[in-house]
Design a protein around this ligand. Structure first.
Ligand code: NAD
Length: 274
């Protein structure tokens, strides 16, 4: 019989407490307990509606082809999806990671999520690999702008769409990375570097099938940049993933991130007397 969940939580806490450079990776699974559906879990948006996945691939080519028309279409659609994200609250999983950051154990959190819930939980060292709903990004120079700083209705009525970058006049789009769009080079570079540097990686709530993000645990598991051994890769997920099956992760703690991450954080704090 395998180790119990409690024993695995202790094992993870021990690794984190002794780590020199621990980082966390997160996916949509960490936000399901905040009421935001994931894509590929049992109740995921795409599990229920596979056509939505095909449609998602049309957005980016359409934007590149006709930025003005794309913005006009976006502004004429209901914003219910974004509002859902904006109203959601961080849950105990997000707070546990922010707490691990405050204690100095976790150096960075790299998230695929666009929902800004790690920020709401107080996480400071955050790389939003697929961008965030709260910002716009220049397609030429990657400069980011708060979404709230634009009056889209005025831009539309003044025939000033698409919005433009004040630095280089490039076209602005949502900071969210669309399917088929390259990962912004600044975020891609730093994420890759963090994966090479870390000695412990906590991978939470991701099916680990979306690339290039899914390559980060594989990089960490190879033992590069100034390390003699591979990083310890620990998964916290409701179900096994390709990382589990291909033994990229050392082990999986199977269950809800909202329950397991707080238990890990408590145990780490007890070990460090903080
Ligand atoms: P995914 O939907 O492919 O996989 C989610 C994984 O988390 C599944 O393995 C599921 O079983 C697991 N899971 C669900 N709830 C869990 C819980 N409470 N505790 C532990 N595990 C849980 O998600 P992904 O790997 O992040 O890839 C989806 C892509 O879609 C990402 O690129 C992301 O940007 C985007 N996305 C983001 C959000 C968000 O911002 N919250 C939501 C949906 C999709």
């Amino acid at each position: 019989m395998g180790e119990s969940t409690d024993a695995l939580i202790e094992r993870a806490a021990e690794s984190l407490a002794c780590a020199e450079y621990a980082i966390a990776l997160t996916g949509a699974g960490i936000s399901t307990e905040s009421g935001i559906a994931d894509f590929r879990g049992p109740s995921g948006v795409w599990t229920k509606n596979p056509k939505a996945e095909q449609d998602a691939y049309k957005t980016y080519p359409r934007l590149v082809e006709d930025p003005k028309g794309w913005w006009e279409e976006m502004l004429s659609q209901p914003v219910s999806g974004r509002e859902g994200f904006e109203k959601a609250d961080a849950n105990s999983g997000h707070y546990a990671l922010a707490e691990l950051e405050r204690t100095g154990v976790l150096k960075w959190t790299l998230t695929q999520n666009i929902d800004a819930l790690h920020e709401k939980a107080g996480c400071k060292n955050l790389l939003a690999y697929h961008g965030t709903i709260s910002k716009l990004r220049c397609m030429s120079c990657n400069a980011r702008y708060p979404r709230d700083s634009f009056d889209f209705e005025k831009l539309k009525s003044d025939d000033q769409l698409p919005p433009r970058c004040t630095h280089c006049q490039g076209v602005l789009k949502s900071d969210v990375v669309y399917f088929g769009e390259p990962i912004p080079s600044d975020v891609a570079y730093q994420s890759d570097d963090e994966a090479r540097k870390c000695d412990v990686m906590l991978v939470c709530g991701t099916s680990a099938v979306v690339y290039p993000f899914a390559s980060l645990p594989r990089i960490a598991g190879q033992g590069l940049r100034g390390r003699t051994a591979a990083a310890t890769v620990i998964e916290v997920n409701a179900e096994p993933t390709p990382l589990t099956e291909e033994e990229v992760s050392d082990y999986i703690i199977q269950g809800k991130t909202g329950e397991i991450l707080p238990a890990i954080a408590e145990s780490v704090k007890a070990k460090l007397n903080v």
